[in-house]
Design a protein around this ligand. Structure first.
Ligand SMILES: Cc1ncc(COP(=O)(O)O)c(C=O)c1O
Length: 374
């Protein structure tokens, strides 16, 4: 027998996104669903981004490079205090693509990826795609990255093989965060050859002043990469645009292996519009802050514990007297609410809920309350 693919490819499971509206409608016969499952911006894209996207249509026959008026420059301007140069920015078809490219480029055979768990699934998947070994250090009991133990691993018997570390800050699916002091200790003590990728997909939602913001580390410690995305607060998940902030040596490697036209013209134009729209950014932050606090309070009244979140989502922990997470998800679906199960993150009694508009959250909470009291 000649197998079609190697075992590590055959063993991969396709990414399971949250249930789509179409699937939910077909299954439950409900027309009007509220989707709080994929950490999208409930306020939608910025009107400036939509306008910019429309302007891109007439040039859709051109390869995107022709149209690129340096999104990278605009991104540097957005991060002005850090004095970045366009050469420090690498765009990706979502930050997911950059995660895969980083693993492909940097992790050789026998080298190890170090990761916290549960954390964003894509780091693990990228290691599996490339048949590379992952060491996953469990989060602490309060679901935070255990950087101390990760440091111990870096000094342990496989120390020579360690090459790449992923830290999601804030973390998905927990919403927990790494403090500036914790990050400093980690950055200063981890061996210098190790590349540390800090995934800041939710950075703009952060409200805690002691949460680490890692862009300054890129200049201080060249083997540091920060990932950002337009999929979350910028409300452009459907366009697929993320970026890496990194030293030019790493940027150069990523440019060599990426698809030359990996980011389409609409995404590039929309991103520039979105970066110009500080009002939309502010409104999105404020909605999240206000609604997250309301959500905590309402869940507390229902007897549901939550992990404090710095993202646009919250992790709920169902207690023994409540339906199992899977059953709860099904019951919520039957009431028109789509949320995300996290059993694949080894959190079988928890549910992740994206913060929506006040109206959406209210619908979720009243459905939840009905289920708990029925
Ligand atoms: C921590 C984290 N990183 C990256 C991503 C992927 O973002 P993108 O849409 O840019 O690929 C997500 C999406 O949920 C995420 O939670």
């Amino acid at each position: 027998m000649f197998p079609l693919v190697e075992k590590h490819i055959a063993d991969l499971k396709p990414y399971a996104p949250g249930k789509t509206f179409r699937e939910a409608k077909a299954e439950y016969g409900i027309q009007d669903f509220v989707k709080l499952a994929s950490n999208e911006n409930c306020l939608g894209p910025s009107p400036k981004a939509i306008k910019a996207m429309h302007r891109a249509f007439v040039n859709a026959h051109l390869y995107p490079l022709e149209e690129r008026e340096n999104v990278e420059d605009k991104i540097c301007e957005y991060h002005r205090p850090h004095h970045l140069k366009a050469k420090n920015i690498v765009l990706g078809n979502g930050s997911n693509e950059l995660i895969i490219l980083l693993v492909r480029a940097l992790l050789s055979r026998n080298e190890i990826l170090l990761n916290g768990w549960p954390s964003f699934l894509m780091y693990r998947t990228a290691a599996k795609i490339h048949n590379r070994q992952e060491i996953a250090v469990p989060l602490t009991s309060d679901l935070k990255y255990d950087l101390k133990t990760m440091l111990e691993v870096s000094r342990g018997p496989q120390s020579d093989q360690l090459k790449l570390v992923f830290i999601a800050n804030p973390n998905n699916p927990t919403g927990s965060y790494v403090t500036q002091a914790e990050m400093r200790d980690f950055m200063e003590q981890i061996p210098k050859h190790v590349v540390i990728v800090v995934d800041e997909a939710y950075a703009e939602y952060v409200t805690q002043s002691d949460c680490a913001q890692s862009i300054s580390w890129v200049l201080e410690r060249p083997r540091t990469v920060v990932l950002r995305t337009f999929s979350k607060i910028f409300g452009l998940a459907g366009l697929r645009l993320g970026y890496a902030i990194c030293d030019m040596e790493i940027a150069d490697v990523l440019h060599r292996i990426r698809d030359p036209f990996n980011v389409n013209c609409f995404a590039q134009e929309a991103a520039k519009g979105a970066l110009d729209d500080t009002e939309h950014l502010q409104a999105s932050k404020e909605n999240n802050q206000r609604e997250l606090f309301k959500m905590y309070a309402s869940l507390r009244t229902l007897g549901i514990q939550t992990t404090p979140s710095q993202g646009n989502f919250v992790l709920l922990h169902l207690n023994e007297s409540m339906p199992e997470a899977e059953e709860m998800i099904r019951k919520l679906l039957s009431k028109g609410i789509i949320v995300r199960g996290v059993a694949n993150y080894d959190l079988p009694r928890s549910i992740r809920v994206t913060i929506g508009t006040s109206e959406e959250n209210q619908k979720f909470l009243s459905a939840l309350s009905q289920i708990l009291t029925s």
